[in-house]
Write a protein that binds this ligand. Structure first.
Ligand code: HEM
Length: 415
């Protein structure tokens, strides 16, 4: 007798995504100790996947595709139209190679150096300020790092405006009303700006560094040997700087983790292996991307559930990073768990899972880790500050979430 896979009965659960936030899938699958659960979102049957087995299925290219899966309001803001996230098969592999080609050891070392240099410059400015909001300041700091690394020219006075727009893409994508509209306008402004830079590069009016993201996106040829449409090239270049700026969220969570686990601030000061463990635990423990979406390519059975061709599937990233079948004491912050960790590519999934080249796993995991390394290392070795009274709690209902105060420091000193 086949087991009946549990379902949400009756009504549509779109609203529950807002109510349950990061725990929307986890609340349903983990309650039943299963990897699959059926619900209804926007009037359609959706299969929710979680856990290592769920991740494996989600990244099976024979059974899942991405084109058509992304809700339009996310495409219009966070990702933009025509980017690598929406491609499948050969065209995805070809475009993905473009991103992977940026991740050379020299490129990553350069990124680490740029990040340290900006931390030094920014903290000298912070010393003269009464109070510093780490989230707001790191948005600017990382905009400078991102543009410099990608080879995009940016004037000093434009940094606050561009960094706010890059953050609007992230914050407005899951909202409705004014915040969503602000995100749409931000995308419009950013694409126009980057399109004009790409135009100048193609016309020979701006010289680029070979191997830089700007150069590679401007001159990348698709499978027919044609240059990318200017708008698509802009979307892909923004696909490099937007997530680099988004690392600001991990920096704030890391600063909170330092406060709650001061012994780890000491440890990473002198030990690179501890620094690596701390970074992995920040990425596992704190909420960032809640879930991903795909569509099934055919009818098939999996764990006694019948998937229908064209059905929407959502993968639980936050819940998988907190799955008690994978992680001991998943809701405790314990960097030491990563000392001898030898997990599969389907377990630790803050930036997606599976294979980089053939699947959609984030090509920016190494750059993310490099930026976090440079930042946490700088913070633990050179930064002293005092903390005024503030609310560092964060809500799992809000997507994307962040400690409420943004982490405010006073009497900052770069020693
Ligand atoms: C994809 C998270 C940093 C570029 C993704 C995905 C997630 C993610 C969840 C989706 C994976 C999938 O669809 O299967 C993050 C987080 C970051 C981060 C939390 C750090 C805060 C970066 C950086 C870059 C980057 C630094 C570039 C330098 C991309 C691109 C994709 C992607 C281009 C699409 C890949 C594809 O569709 O094949 N990221 N990312 N990300 N990320 Fe990141």
């Amino acid at each position: 007798m086949p087991v009946q896979v549990p379902k949400d009965k009756g009504i549509d659960r779109t609203l529950s995504i807002f109510l349950d936030g990061y725990e929307f899938i986890q609340k349903r699958t983990q309650k039943h100790h299963l990897d699959v659960y059926e619900t209804k979102v926007l009037g359609k049957k959706v299969a929710l996947l979680s856990g290592e087995a769920g991740v494996k299925l989600f990244y099976d290219n024979e059974k899942m595709k991405r084109n058509g899966a992304m809700p339009p309001h996310i495409l219009n803001t966070l990702f933009g139209k025509g980017g690598v996230q929406t491609l499948d098969g050969k065209s995805h592999e070809h475009r993905k190679r473009l991103f992977m080609s940026l991740m050379t050891p020299e490129g990553l070392e350069e990124l680490q150096k740029l990040t340290t240099r900006q931390w030094d410059a920014y903290t000298r400015k912070w010393e003269k300020k009464n109070k510093v909001n780490l989230f707001e300041e790191s948005l600017e700091l990382l905009t400078k790092v991102g543009c410099e690394w990608a080879g995009i020219p940016i004037e000093e006075k434009a940094v606050p405006k561009r960094s706010k727009d890059l953050n609007r893409l992230i914050e407005g994508a899951s909202k409705i009303g004014p915040q969503y509209l602000a995100s749409l306008r931000a995308r419009n402004r950013l694409e126009k700006w980057i399109e004009s830079v790409i135009h100048k590069v193609r016309q020979g009016q701006h010289e680029t560094r070979k191997g830089s993201a700007l150069n590679e996106m401007a001159f990348h040829q698709d499978l027919n040997g044609d240059l990318l449409d200017k708008q698509v090239a802009a979307v892909e270049l923004i696909n490099v700087i937007r997530p680099l700026v988004a690392i600001s969220r991990y920096l704030v969570f890391g600063a909170v983790a330092f406060e709650e686990n001061p012994e780890w601030k000491e440890k990473i000061h002198s030990n690179d292996e501890d620094l690596r463990c701390f970074i992995q635990e920040v990425r596992r423990y704190y909420p960032f991307f809640p879930f991903l979406a795909a569509l099934t390519t055919k009818d098939f059975e999996w764990q006694q559930y019948h998937f229908k061709q064209g059905q929407m599937v959502m993968l639980d990233l936050y819940g998988t990073n907190h799955d008690p079948r994978i992680w001991e004491n998943p809701d405790q912050f314990e960097p030491g768990r990563f000392r001898d960790y030898k997990g599969s590519i389907f377990e630790l999934v803050p930036q997606g899972g599976g294979d980089y080249d053939t699947g959609h796993r984030c090509p920016g995991e190494w750059p993310t880790i490099e930026v976090m390394k440079a930042s946490f290392s700088f913070m633990s070795k050179h930064l002293t500050y005092q903390l005024p009274k503030q609310d560092m709690s964060y809500s799992l209902r809000e997507i994307p979430t962040l400690p409420k105060s943004g982490f405010v420091m006073k009497k900052v000193c770069n020693k």
